[in-house]
Design a protein around this ligand. Structure first.
Ligand SMILES: [Zn+2]
Length: 411
């Protein structure tokens, strides 16, 4: 788990922080290039050890020596971790890519040292820069429990320090309640209890208008000009505000879900696959480009990956058992949650579900959420019904119940 605090460096330390960012990026990209070349030519075996050795040599002979060795070494370790992740689960992690200036600005701080000035301000020791102040918004004990930290600069020019800490136990008592979640576009999340939850969308009307105006301004301004850079910063600040609100919403919502329910069933949406298949070029367009483009935007915007990650983290560290189950969502929107009749026609519109067999009528998302819950209950042996033999769907098309993944079962 990480705790992100706002870092407020004075101008002199900010220069060092910026240098660490660029050093870090340079070393990371160089290491990446070396590994990519090795993949192509198999010239010599490249490992973290060999790369660390070469870094030490480069530090003796070039300008790199002026920077911090621990920051530069950490960049190589970071690269190694990126490759390890990709080797281990290529479906979840992309091949490591270039770090770009202005986008990937950050570095790791090892041998973490922090001290408290007063109730509001603390300081963290950064190589070369010395003590740098940060604003305390969490329990001091949580921060001192951290073992390492990462300093980042976002596009709106704000510095942050993220402390990596062991996840605290999530306090909860068994409630006996169970819930299924349908993730959609109309409402961000619909629960099987019939509750619709909306992730905060872009800003208030005034802020949305401001964004629109900035976009128009940007299109008229000359590339590389100071005014354009200023407009970009303003836009980045708006985007950061929006992202903060979303993150906050995800934290609150996942906490509520893990606190209130013993079983949470979610859809196993392969977000990355859905995103990937729409990628295409002019010469070689991907499949379903047009259909998927709109969907992708909302999937990205609604930050499912982070939502699921936080849900998993909290369920894992709960004091009383929470089961989180991901089920195959196939046909959950076409199947009647009462009789199990499955057909396309059941879905009268985006919003309304009306069963052609038994006449059951409900909000389409709620019906789907109930099906998702039932499938999860069947998987965990809590009863429920997966409607394993739905009418109207032949054997080959049947949702593959066996492929349902069981995320975690913890005591
Ligand atoms: Zn029915």
């Amino acid at each position: 788990m990480s705790i992100r605090q706002r870092l407020c460096p004075d101008p002199e330390s900010a220069t060092w922080l910026a240098k660490h960012c660029s050093d870090s990026r340079f070393v990371y990209n160089l290491g990446l290039e070396q590994r990519n070349l090795w993949c192509r030519h198999r010239a010599a075996r490249i490992t973290t050890v060999s790369q660390q050795k070469e870094l030490a040599e480069a530090r003796r002979e070039t300008w790199l020596g002026k920077g911090s060795s621990s920051v530069q070494q950490a960049a190589l370790r970071d690269l190694d971790r990126a490759f390890q992740n990709w080797w281990k689960s290529p479906h979840h992690f992309a091949h490591p890519t270039w770090r770009r200036a202005g986008i990937h600005e950050g570095f790791y701080v090892r041998d973490l040292q922090v001290r408290q000035i007063n109730g509001r301000w603390g300081e963290v020791q950064v190589p070369k820069a010395g003590w740098v102040r940060f604003r305390i918004s969490r329990q001091w004990a949580e921060i001192t429990a951290a073992t390492s930290a990462r300093v980042t600069l976002d596009r709106s020019g704000r510095w942050h320090v993220s402390f990596t800490t062991p996840s605290p136990a999530f306090q909860r008592k068994a409630s006996g309640a169970e819930v299924g979640l349908d993730m959609g576009v109309a409402a961000s999340i619909t629960t099987s209890d019939g509750v619709h939850l909306w992730i905060p969308t872009l800003l208030s009307a005034g802020e949305a208008q401001r964004k629109y105006r900035l976009q128009r301004q940007l299109s008229r301004q000359q590339k590389g000009s100071n005014r354009r850079a200023y407009t970009r910063r303003c836009m980045a600040r708006l985007a950061a505000k929006e992202a903060d609100r979303r993150r906050n919403w995800i934290e609150t919502t996942t906490t509520q879900l893990v606190r209130d329910f013993d079983l949470v069933v979610i859809e196993d949406l392969r977000v990355k696959n859905m995103v990937r298949s729409a990628n295409g070029t002019v010469a070689n367009p991907g499949r379903n480009v047009r259909q998927k483009a709109g969907l992708n935007r909302s999937i990205h915007a609604q930050s499912w990956a982070l939502f699921r990650q936080r849900l998993t983290d909290k369920a894992t560290h709960a004091t009383d058992l929470v089961e989180l189950v991901a089920v195959n969502p196939a046909y959950t929107s076409q199947r009647c949650s009462v009789c199990g009749y499955t057909a396309k026609d059941n879905r009268e519109s985006q919003a309304i579900f009306r069963c052609r067999a038994c006449g059951f009528t409900a909000n389409a998302d709620v019906n789907a959420a109930i099906n998702i819950l039932a499938a999860g209950q069947a998987v965990t042996g809590r009863g429920g019904t997966s409607h394993a033999s739905p009418i109207g769907v032949d054997q080959a098309q049947r949702p593959d119940e066996a492929s349902t993944t069981r995320e975690l079962v913890l005591a």
